[in-house]
Ligand binder design. Structure first.
Ligand SMILES: Cc1ncc(COP(=O)(O)O)c(C=O)c1O
Length: 534
């Protein structure tokens, strides 16, 4: 592959697309590991320039001592400004959100594409995109334009009235579910992910009369009072009294660390057999064989466990689970809040597993991280107007017109693009490189991916004992923003998840370019080398 000199500086867009086009024509990465390895090797050998944004960072400017002095002055001013802001924050902001997970909270100033920029204009390649809320890249032009148009026409409207975008957006989601599952249904909006899950729980209570649910160990569905009951971590309930409707948590099919100590090759989905066992007799506490009724109204799932560490279940698991639930009148709630909207290469992650949910919940990337909007889709038989009448749930800002305008544009972008192909190709390319890095670092116990939801489990040298310390070091080091990769100063945004807080959960922009994937892999390789030895 030839990289033209003119593409090496300035024209980043064409440089990126040039590489992508050549890569695609060289071979389809999804065609098999052998071809993929060749493509990776060829592609990497020809990369002569990093595709970092052309924004000159203060550190990169070397225009003689005068410039250096004025640069130092402006650095000092920025540093002073930041220190003042952080001091003020420490005084006036609650520490109850997640900002103070970090020892020194980070301030960012602007964003574009796959990059966040700190106040010194240092670029940070983002491999988690706001927990997968910004699938189409930061400051996406089309979504921004849609919002600007909406600001100029109908920027706000009480949600008791209708507006065009809400109706058209609902139709797009309803049609997507019809295509995916062959089911008619309706959409109901709210503002945040947790609130939409709460609405799903109300729908279950109304339909089944039950307030108890099954959910998964490692599952995360939010932190409001109601959904804390079905989020697995006791940590989020511990200080908040009784949770009478706390879910029964079932082990998730986490095959790298099978909760039953089985091997995938021979287990015959022992884990789903254990769910089935709950309905064998009355003494499991879940089922009354005399009335044929369960104490549980729904099973809440994430098709790929997100906060739990981007764990991908084996094929066949959800099909069997859905059958067990259906036969016992237990509704299947599919939480697509983090994995939906093409993160896994399908519009809805559950489509990868040939399973039809009764209720599906979405949020985050619906608006590409712009005005908050969340919602649920439910089968018509559950949510028809006679079953879920006016006022069943309500929030002042649900179906806000800026949110629906952004979301409508997002759905149009997905309809017009071929994201199923591009996300799977980029995902396969990224995963192949991660597997290559794993060969050099035995501390990587496990890598896996579905579309552009990728996991890298950091371990001790034995490749199995979880190393939270190593993962955390990498996270902190990336966030410091002073990595030197091929002579450029940059940072790396990572997110750590998993049961042992040792898993890098990678959710890059679905628009990430191939050179950016290479850069991500070079940087990860460097980070591991640095962090495991210091
Ligand atoms: C799978 C899943 N469900 C629910 C939620 C809660 O959404 P929100 O934070 O918008 O309340 C999250 C948030 O991370 C999530 O990842």
């Amino acid at each position: 592959m030839v990289v033209e000199k003119s593409l090496l500086h300035g024209d980043r867009e064409s440089f990126a697309s040039h590489n992508v086009i050549n890569l695609k024509s060289a071979a389809q990465p999804v065609n098999g590991p052998a071809i993929l390895e060749e493509v990776v090797a060829e592609h990497r050998n020809t990369l002569v320039e990093l595709p970092l944004p052309e924004l000159a960072t203060p550190a990169d400017e070397q225009d003689g001592s005068r410039t250096q002095n004025s640069q130092k002055d402006s650095f000092d001013l920025i540093a002073q400004d930041e220190a003042n802001l952080l001091a003020l924050e420490a005084e006036v902001c609650s520490y109850g959100d997640t900002v103070h997970y970090a020892k020194k909270p980070k301030i960012f100033a602007h964003c574009s594409g796959s990059y966040l920029y700190d106040t010194y204009d240092t670029p940070y390649l983002d491999l988690q995109m706001w927990y997968s809320a910004v699938n189409l890249g930061y400051a996406n032009d089309r979504v921004n334009e849609a919002l600007k148009r909406q600001i100029d026409t109908l920027p706000q409207l009480a949600c008791q009235y209708l507006h065009k975008e809400k109706i058209e957006l609902s139709a797009k989601i309803v049609n997507s579910a019809k295509r995916a599952f062959g089911e008619a249904g309706r959409v109901h909006f709210n503002v945040g992910g947790s609130q939409a899950v709460e609405d799903a729980l109300k729908l279950v209570r109304k339909t089944t009369g039950k307030s108890r649910q099954f959910a998964f160990e490692g599952g995360y569905h939010g932190r409001t009072l109601a959904v804390s009951s079905i989020t697995s971590s006791y940590r989020y309930r511990e200080d908040y009294g009784e949770f009478g409707d706390r879910a029964e948590f079932v082990p998730f099919p986490y095959c790298f660390r099978c909760p039953y100590g089985k091997k995938m090759e021979s287990c015959e989905l022992y884990c789903v057999q254990q769910v089935e066992r709950k309905f064998e007799h009355e003494y499991t506490g879940a089922w009354n064989p005399k009335t044929n009724k369960s104490e549980f109204g729904a099973f809440v799932i994430e098709p790929v466990q997100a906060t739990g560490g981007y764990i991908i279940p084996p094929q066949g698991y959800f099909e069997r689970l859905a059958k067990i639930c259906k036969e016992r009148g237990i509704l299947l709630i599919d939480d697509e809040i983090q994995m939906g909207l093409f993160r896994t290469g399908k519009l809805w992650a559950i489509e990868n597993f040939n399973t039809t949910p009764d209720i599906m919940v979405f949020a985050k990337a619906l608006t590409n991280g712009m005005n908050p909007l969340s919602g649920l889709w439910a089968k018509e038989e559950l949510i028809s107007p006679d079953k879920f009448g006016p006022g069943s749930t309500h929030s002042t800002f649900s179906s806000n017109s800026l949110g629906t305008a952004a979301a409508l544009e997002v759905m149009k972008i997905y309809e017009e693009g071929d994201y199923e192909t591009t996300v799977n190709e980029k995902g396969a390319y990224f995963l192949a490189q991660l597997k290559d890095i794993q060969k050099r670092h035995p501390e990587i116990g496990h890598v896996d991916g579905l579309g552009l939801a990728l996991r890298v489990e950091m371990c001790e040298i034995d490749g199995f004992t979880p190393s939270r310390q190593l993962a955390d070091k990498m996270f902190q080091r990336g966030l410091a923003g002073d990595l030197r990769v091929n002579g450029r100063k940059m940072g790396l945004i990572l997110d750590i998840g998993g049961y042992y807080k040792n898993t890098l959960t990678l959710a890059p922009s679905l628009e990430i370019t191939y050179p950016e994937i290479d850069l991500a892999c070079d940087t990860l390789d460097l980070l591991i080398s640095e962090c495991k030895t210091h």
